[in-house]
Design a protein around this ligand. Structure first.
Ligand code: AHG
Ligand code: MN
Ligand code: MN
Length: 320
């Protein structure tokens, strides 16, 4: 097991050495995500100072056009990941269609991301994040994005919270790195993360409860009678991060308004579900293991329930 304090770059390279035939391509790909994360974090820390919170059409005192943080994050990720030459195609929550970077025409991978998760929390100084999902390029068409979650090559998130953390998996366990801002390095702080098998917290936007199906309503009522407490940040990254560390359940069920829930399969639900499973948790859309679901379009939504084994099993057993 890697030593606490190891720099993320070195960790990525040491992981690569476990596979003698590895070309190094995935390592470069992951390091480009790391670079973009550092650039986004430094901008995040300036929010409120650099007029970043302004509307996108505003001009700041330097006469430059002010970008909203989510536009900034999207542009940085597209630029840095394109320049890495490792990605044949890039899909973003903020882009209708995939981007095929010129430099990535021989790239072995494709990537989907949510550049800035929790946008409504930017203005109120509450944790925000970035989520990414890496798949292998197979056909070189949009279908490459429609692979099952179980086929993910790598997935992770960056949380811009009281500290910035980079949490990711390549399918052999989950590791978390905390940014030392003075050195500009992500250092291993959470080694081979395993989540508690049960928790005491449920995390769901309960204002939607009137629109849930009966089973979902009953389930959350049962948790209350069992003494659970509620936490909902409204940034999926932060709510999932807490669930990974403390256990319990995070959910965004379908409701009368949002028949397929709100969260997007490709760059929210599937990568975060893989991380949960890597930490020993479970993730379901209510009927099936979410990682076995094959997406049918880029911006598809899905209901999601993810968390500790005990809470998800209780849901699947109808609250019994
Ligand atoms: P985004 O900022 O990328 O659009 O994602 C916001 C998502 C997710 O982070 C969060 O769990 C959910 O929206 C909260 O939605 P509600 O405001 O409907 O609760
Ligand atoms: Mn999001
Ligand atoms: Mn977003």
């Amino acid at each position: 097991m890697a030593d606490i304090g190891m720099d993320l770059n070195r960790f990525i390279l040491e992981e690569e050495r476990k596979y003698p035939n590895a070309s190094g391509s995935l390592s470069i790909a992951l390091m480009s995500v790391e670079t973009a994360a550092k650039m986004i974090t430094s901008h995040t820390r300036m929010a409120g100072l650099a007029d970043i919170l302004g509307k996108a059409d505003k001009i700041n005192i330097q006469g430059e056009e002010v970008q909203k943080l989510d536009e900034f994050a999207n542009k940085v990720l597209i630029k840095v990941l394109s320049d890495s030459g490792q990605f044949y195609a890039i899909a973003s929550e903020e882009e209708e269609e995939p981007i095929y970077p010129e430099k990535g025409k021989y790239g072995k991978y494709i990537i989907a991301f949510d550049p800035l998760d929790g946008s409504t929390n930017i203005e109120v100084n509450v944790s925000i994040g970035t989520i990414f999902a890496v798949y292998r390029r197979i056909t070189g068409t949009i279908n490459d994005f429609l692979q099952k979650g179980e086929d993910l090559i790598a997935a992770g998130y960056i949380i811009y919270g009281s500290s910035t953390m980079f949490i990711y998996t390549t399918g052999t366990g989950l590791n978390g790195f905390t940014l030392d801002p003075s050195a500009g390095l992500f250092l291993l702080s959470h080694n081979d993360m395993k989540m508690p098998q049960e928790g005491k917290i449920y995390s769901v936007n309960e204002s939607n409860a009137a629109g849930w199906d009966e089973k979902t309503k009953r389930y959350f009522e049962t948790l209350k009678t069992k003494g659970y407490t509620a936490r909902f940040i409204g940034t999926m990254v932060a709510d999932v991060h807490r669930t990974l560390l403390k256990g319990g359940i995070f959910a965004y069920p379908a409701d009368h308004k949002s028949k397929r829930g709100k969260l997007r399969l490709l760059y929210e639900v599937l990568p975060m579900s893989l991380l949960m499973k890597q930490a020993g948790g479970l993730a379901t859309d209510g009927t099936q293991d979410i990682l076995t679901v094959k997406p049918s379009e880029l911006h598809e939504r899905s209901p999601i329930f993810m968390g500790s084994q005990k809470e998800i099993e209780l849901l699947l057993n109808n609250g019994q």
